[in-house]
Design a protein around this ligand. Structure first.
Ligand code: UDP
Ligand code: MG
Length: 315
C-alpha cells in the first residue's frame, strides 16, 4: 500500500520537470515506505505531456493525469487528491518554489499527530513588489473577513492525512479554494516556516487575472461580509437622506437661502448612488454566479490521458 503521495500540478513546465524529478526523487528515496508522485498536466501546450510519459516509463513510482484542456491550478490539485492513494498526501508546485527537501519535516510533524501540516512563507524572494504587496494585503483582508481562520501567507504547499483528503474529496464544491477548504476541515493543524525560493525556470503561470480570480474566489467562498456591505451603505445613505430632508425643511421655513443648489450637487448625488447600486448588484452577481456554477453540476475536469492508474484505482 502506498504510504506517501506527492501531487504536483503542471502547466507548461517543460523546463522544470527534469530538475523537479531529480529533487523529488532524491527525497522520495529516503522516505520509509512506498511512494507515488502524481503529476497532473493541466492542458499544457508545450512538451510537458511527452516528458511526463517518459518519466512514467522510466520510474514506475510516477503516475500522471492529463486534462483535456487547462482547468486551472486548484482543479489540477483536486484531481490529484481524487487519485492519490497514499496514507499521507503532499501538495507541491512544479516550479520548485516550494522546496521538496522540506517534505521530511512535514512528515515528521505528521508523525507527531498532526493531520494537516502547511508550509508558511516567511519570505518571497525575487517576486515583484506588486505581487508581494497584493499577496500581503489579500491574506490579511481575507483573514479579517472570512468566517474561518485561514492562516496568512500559506499556499497550497502542505501535507494532509488520508482522513482530511477523504473529506476534501467528498466536497462537491466547484469553486475550490483549497487553502480555505483545508482550514475549514479542522483537525490538528500546524505550520512550518519556509523561505519561498525563486522559480526554477520558465514564467509564472498565474497571470494577474488568474490570481485575482483566485482571490475573489477565496473571499466569496469563505465570507458573506461583501453581501452585507451594500446593506450598510444603503442604511448610511438612507440616514443621510433623512438628515438632508430635515435640513432642507429647516432652510425653507427659516427663509435662509439653501446652500444646496445647482445641478452639480444633484449630478454628484445621482452618480454616487448609481455607483453604489451597481457595485452592490455586482457583488450579488458574484454570489449568484457561484450558485449557478454549483447547480450545473458539471464534472470538475475532463481527463484525456492517464498513466499509472488502473481504472479501479480512483478513490
Ligand atoms: N499551474 C497549473 N495550472 C494553471 C496555472 C498554474 O497547474 O493554470 C501550476 C504551475 O505549473 C505550478 C503551480 O500551478 O506548478 C503554481 O503556478 P505558478 O508558479 O505559476 O504560480 P505562483 O504560485 O508561483 O504564483
Ligand atoms: Mg510559482
Amino acid at each position: 500500500m502506498t504510504k506517501y503521495s506527492t501531487i504536483v500540478p503542471v502547466y507548461n513546465e517543460e523546463k522544470t520537470l527534469a530538475e523537479l524529478y531529480r529533487r523529488v526523487s532524491a527525497v522520495m528515496d529516503r522516505l520509509d515506505g512506498p511512494v507515488e508522485l502524481i503529476l497532473i498536466n493541466d492542458g499544457s501546450r508545450d512538451r510537458t505531456l511527452p516528458i511526463l510519459r517518459d518519466l512514467h516509463e522510466k520510474d514506475p513510482r510516477i503516475c500522471y493525469l492529463s486534462f483535456a484542456r487547462n482547468f486551472g491550478h486548484q482543479i489540477a490539485v483536486t484531481a490529484g487528491l481524487n487519485f492519490a492513494r497514499g496514507q499521507v498526501v503532499i501538495i507541491l508546485d512544479a516550479d520548485l518554489q516550494d522546496p521538496p527537501e522540506l517534505i521530511p519535516d512535514l512528515i515528521e510533524k505528521w508523525r507527531q499527530g498532526y493531520q494537516v501540516v502547511y508550509a508558511q512563507r516567511t519570505q518571497r524572494r525575487q517576486e515583484g513588489w506588486f505581487k508581494r504587496f497584493m499577496a500581503y494585503a489579500f491574506y490579511r483582508i481575507l483573514n479579517r473577513l472570512a468566517d474561518i481562520d485561514i492562516p496568512t501567507d500559506t499556499g497550497d504547499f502542505c501535507l494532509m492525512d488520508r482522513q482530511v483528503v477523504d473529506i476534501l474529496n467528498a466536497m462537491p464544491e466547484r469553486n475550490r479554494y483549497l487553502r480555505g477548504l483545508r482550514a475549514w476541515v479542522g483537525f490538528a493543524q500546524t505550520s512550518i516556516p519556509f523561505e519561498r525560493d525563486p522559480r526554477f525556470a520558465g514564467e509564472v503561470k498565474y497571470t494577474f487575472r488568474k490570481s485575482l480570480a483566485l482571490a475573489i474566489n477565496g473571499l466569496v467562498s469563505f465570507s458573506k461580509v461583501p453581501l452585507r456591505i451594500s446593506t450598510y451603505v444603503g442604511l448610511l445613505s438612507a440616514f443621510m437622506a433623512l438628515v438632508m430632508a430635515a435640513l432642507v425643511l429647516y432652510w425653507r421655513l427659516s427663509e435662509i437661502r439653501s446652500p444646496l443648489t445647482g445641478y452639480a450637487t444633484i449630478a454628484i448625488a445621482i452618480f454616487f448612488l448609481g455607483a453604489v447600486q451597481l457595485v452592490s448588484i455586482g457583488i450579488l452577481g458574484e454570489y449568484i454566479g457561484r450558485i449557478y456554477e454549483e447547480v450545473k453540476g458539471r464534472p470538475l475536469y475532463t481527463l484525456a490521458e492517464v498513466g499509472g492508474f488502473s481504472p479501479s484505482s480512483r478513490s
